[in-house]
Write a protein that binds this ligand. Structure first.
Ligand code: SF4
Length: 361
């Protein structure tokens, strides 16, 4: 009979982890403090393997390995931008790739993590969207991006991660079970404050409503990019399934659930979504849910012949929004020399691979 696949310790929510370890160590007549030892190795020691848990007797490490596993990410590539942004491309156990990005600023070190390998949403401005969907990540694969990046940051930057954004590859709210587990693990296990964690979505309504129900004050970023339905349809195919008015009422529910902040992300693409007439509807949407608006210069992608709006136009947008009472800022583009926007490194790797395949034929 084949052995049941081992449980990944990193995929268990902290309470579930304690329960699983309690039962494991009880059956082995081990003292209760073993649970705390493993917990500390995971969440404080950022262990990459059970072998590293050296204050457990060798026999106990072997027994743990017999029933449990620890997700490990293999570092496929690490690139450091001139502005200090660090991009990791991770190879998963089945050969899929995901990426995470460390973004240092004066006060913070933010980690941007992926929730899926690829993405099925097909947003036309996004490199990941063009690359298609491969698979969901497990909670362990999501949180191990944090553990591995924090290890790297503490070693190479002498700094620890202060904020986490789910803005890498994938639509987090299309992988809700794993994402919810990962939120609990990051918050209750690793101790990252809920207000320092932002989940970004293109508008998956059931996911927004579920997030509104959580007692923790996780933040929400809506990748809006278009304040009117026909333009949104051109950029975000999800408009067909969850039209803007439906997204807006979910955001209102999120807003009413108390103390949770909403941000709109608005990537500015020249001649596509930067017309002055769009400022008023964008301001109305933001005011109706108390959202902060981030205006982001478009980072060109390999599949679309689009350019960023000119800087004066972006500034104009920001000023006009502020004049209407909407808090708005221009977000500088980071790590451009290393393709550090959502899904770009993987997209460029795929394009390079496709190019070399074409040349082979
Ligand atoms: S913007 Fe986000 S949801 Fe849209 S295709 Fe890219 S990764 Fe997916």
């Amino acid at each position: 009979m084949s052995k049941h696949p081992n449980t990944d310790l990193l995929s268990l929510e902290p309470e579930g982890l304690v329960r699983a370890l309690e039962s494991h160590f009880r059956q082995r007549d081990q003292p209760v403090y073993r649970i705390g030892q493993v917990r500390r190795w995971l969440y404080e020691g950022l262990s990459a393997s059970i072998d590293e848990m050296t204050d457990l007797p060798l026999s106990e490490r072997d027994a743990l390995k017999h029933f449990f596993t620890l997700t490990q990410l293999e570092k496929a590539r690490v690139e450091v931008s001139q502005d200090g942004t660090v991009k990791h491309l991770w190879r998963l156990s089945d050969g899929e790739f995901v990426e995470s990005v460390l973004i240092p600023t004066k006060k913070r070190l933010t980690l941007c993590i992926s929730s899926q390998a690829g993405c099925a949403m097909g947003c036309t401005f996004c490199a990941t969207g063009w690359g298609g969907f491969q698979r969901q990540l497990t909670a362990g694969e999501i949180v191990s991006q944090y553990a591995a990046s924090r290890r790297w940051a503490e070693k190479h930057l002498g700094d620890t991660i202060s904020n986490i954004v789910y803005m890498g590859m994938g639509e987090p709210l299309s992988n809700r079970k794993a994402v919810h587990h990962s939120l609990s693990i990051l918050n209750q296990g690793y101790g990252v404050g809920a207000r320092r964690i932002t989940v970004s979505t293109v508008g998956v309504v059931p996911g927004i409503l579920e997030l509104a129900e959580r007692p923790e004050q996780f933040r929400l970023a809506l990748s809006l990019h278009a304040p009117i339905s026909d333009l949104r349809l051109r950029l975000i195919p999800l408009e067909k399934r969850h039209p803007l008015p439906e997204v807006l009422s979910a955001l209102k529910r999120f807003n009413e659930s108390g103390g949770k902040r909403i941000t709109f992300e608005y990537t500015m693409i020249r001649g596509v979504n930067d017309a002055s007439e769009l400022i008023a509807p964008l301001a109305d949407l933001a005011l109706s849910v108390g959202a902060y608006v981030n205006l982001i210069p478009f980072n060109p992608i390999p599949y679309q012949n689009w350019e960023s709006s000119e800087h004066h136009r972006i500034k104009d947008f920001a000023k006009n929004l502020q004049r209407r009472g909407v808090p708005a800022a221009i977000r500088e583009t980071r790590g451009q020399d290393i393709d550090a926007a959502c899904g770009q490194l993987r997209a460029h790797t795929l394009v390079q691979l496709e190019g070399s395949r074409e040349r082979e034929h």
